[in-house]
Design a protein around this ligand. Structure first.
Ligand code: ZN
Length: 178
C-alpha cells in the first residue's frame, strides 16, 4: 500500500528523470504513470515507476524508472502461448539485471526483508544503449545502482497482473490510500 502523497511524489520524480533522459510524453499522460509497491509497502527498496507507452494485445512498451537501489522483485513471465519476451534497453543510468546463472552479484543489494525471494545472482550491468532480451519463463529481477535508471521494457503481450513472483506476499495491483 502506498499513500497518495507517495504516488504523487513518485510520479513527479520519475517524470523529471524521464524528461532529463529525453523521453517524450504529454503532461496528461502522467496520470497513468504507475507507482508500484508490489503490495509490500516499502516503495523505496522494492518498487518501480512504470510508464506505459502503449499496450496492445500483441505488444507493450514501457519506460521504467527506478530510484537508487530501488528494486523490482524477482518474477518471470509464463511461457504459455507465445509467452512474454521482454527486452530491456537503458536510456540513462545503470541497470543491474539479475538472471539465473553463476553468482556474480557484486554491485547490487538484495533487499534485506525479502532476501529469501531473490534467487537469481547472475549480474548483468547495463548502461545507456545496452540491450538485453529475456525469453519467456526466464526468472529475473532488477535494480538501479547508485544513480537512478530510466530504461525501456519492450515486450510481447504483457499480463503484469498475472505474472508470477518468487515472493508469495506480492500483490501486483498497488493499493492507494489517503
Ligand atoms: Zn519482467
Amino acid at each position: 500500500m502506498i499513500t497518495k502523497k507517495q504516488q504523487r511524489e513518485g510520479r513527479e520524480k520519475a517524470a523529471r528523470l524521464m524528461r532529463e533522459a529525453g523521453v517524450v510524453f504529454q503532461e496528461q499522460e502522467l496520470e497513468k504513470l504507475e507507482v508500484a509497491d508490489f503490495g509490500l509497502s516499502r516503495l523505496e527498496t522494492e518498487g518501480a515507476q512504470i510508464f506505459s507507452l502503449f499496450d496492445t494485445k500483441r505488444l507493450a512498451a514501457r519506460v521504467i524508472t527506478l530510484f537508487p537501489y530501488q528494486t523490482e522483485p524477482e518474477h518471470w513471465h509464463e511461457p504459455e502461448d507465445t509467452g512474454k519476451e521482454e527486452t530491456f534497453r537503458v536510456i540513462a543510468g545503470t541497470l543491474l539485471l539479475y538472471v539465473d546463472g553463476e553468482d556474480t552479484l557484486s554491485r547490487g543489494k538484495i533487499p534485506e526483508e525479502s532476501r529469501a525471494y531473490y534467487t537469481c545472482r547472475h549480474e548483468l550491468v547495463l548502461g545507456p544503449g545496452d540491450t538485453v532480451t529475456l525469453e519467456p519463463g526466464k526468472k529475473h529481477w532488477f535494480q538501479a545502482g547508485e544513480e537512478p535508471v530510466v530504461f525501456y521494457s519492450m515486450s510481447t503481450t504483457a499480463s503484469d497482473a498475472r505474472d508470477p513472483f518468487t515472493d508469495p506476499h506480492i500483490v501486483r495491483v498497488t493499493q492507494i490510500t489517503e
